[in-house]
Unconditional design. Structure first.
Length: 265
């Protein structure tokens, strides 16, 4: 008996340009507002493996692979358990965290440096609650009480390092990327630095990665100064590399720290 071919949805981090469609076998590319791209592969396992290999060849980070028409899989959080510092708790995000994080993310002074933020709370809830987004979001609360206020959120994403194909297996899950947003009402107390140092500890001691990266607009000096306070070094200064919503092409900077460069505070 003949059966219909399976259809696979593949989500990758970042927006892929249309010119990669031919590289991937003339597949349609759909770019989502959350900064990811979805492509659909209709074929047998051999073609699916070819598409996956093509994505790896161009350095794309695959965040989801599923058969269409079935529920999206549950994505486990990169943060496997809550962490506590002297003054803070860092825990995996849930859909219920959309409202408290919206309260500061929609502020003009905060959104100035973000990739984007939906114009209304309902749109933000939908974006925030996507499994891939929840899996990489860490909620920062003040104190250790379960009812403690949310004062920020971090992005923690584990990823493959770039590698040549014959050694790609050795590069899987060997690095992580950090990002952060802090409620302006709680800046100036060292909370972001305290949380950042704890997440670096978690990356190196618990996840066992070899390298952690972070990046931002050069104009976001509060962010890159934080990178330096937690021990990261500037590796990249790209001149007028990114288009800001103001219409200006702005410089960006990239920071990193290796496991052997890190030391507990």
């Amino acid at each position: 008996m003949n059966t219909a071919p399976r259809t696979y949805a593949i989500r990758v981090d970042g927006h892929l340009d249309d010119h990669w469609s031919a590289w991937l076998g003339e597949l349609d590319l759909a770019r989502d507002d959350d900064g990811t791209t979805v492509t659909v592969s209709v074929a047998d396992q051999a073609q699916l493996h070819g598409v996956l290999a093509g994505l790896r060849d161009i350095g794309a980070v695959i965040t989801e692979l599923r058969t269409t028409g079935t529920p999206a899989p549950i994505c486990p959080s990169v943060l496997e358990r809550p962490l506590q510092t002297e003054r803070l708790t860092l825990r995996p995000a849930t859909a219920d965290d959309a409202d408290p994080t919206w309260a500061f993310r929609q502020l003009k002074s905060v959104n100035e440096w973000l990739t984007g933020c939906p114009a209304d709370l309902e749109g933000y809830r939908e974006l925030f609650s996507k499994p891939a987004r929840l899996a990489t979001t860490v909620i920062l609360t003040l104190g250790h009480d379960p009812e403690a206020p949310t004062i920020g959120d971090f992005m923690l994403r584990r990823e493959d390092a770039w590698a040549q194909l014959d050694v790609a297996d050795q590069a899987r899950d060997t690095q992580a990327e950090l990002g952060w947003v802090l409620d302006p009402a709680f800046t100036g107390h060292g909370y972001a630095t305290e949380a950042g140092r704890e997440l670096l500890r978690y990356c190196f001691e618990d996840l066992g990665v070899r390298r952690v990266t972070a990046n931002c607009f050069l104009g976001n000096d509060a962010s890159w100064r934080l990178m330096e306070r937690v021990g990261m070094r500037r590796e990249v200064h790209a001149v007028r590399e990114s288009l800001h919503r103001s219409g200006r092409w702005l410089d960006t900077v990239g920071y990193a720290i290796l496991e052997q460069e890190w030391s507990p505070a």
